[in-house]
Design a protein around this ligand. Sequence first.
Ligand code: ZN
Length: 73
Amino acid sequence: MNLPPVEDRLRRILELTAEESRKCKACGALLFFVRHCNGKLAPYTADGVNHFVNCPSAERFRKGAPHAASASA
Ligand SMILES: [Zn+2]
């Protein structure tokens, strides 16, 4: 049996599952937006990693979010 590489299969699943796909405004990576059970859209890269985790400019996504440290004060 000659299966395509796992990366190709994963990407195909993301293409079928994602509601939307576009490039990251910060780093230009191709993202697949998949809706989680909680109703929120999450950006995934073609290798199946949540882009909040692997974006080199991930700080930008948290812009405007309250700091966890100050919330406990
Ligand atoms: Zn990015």
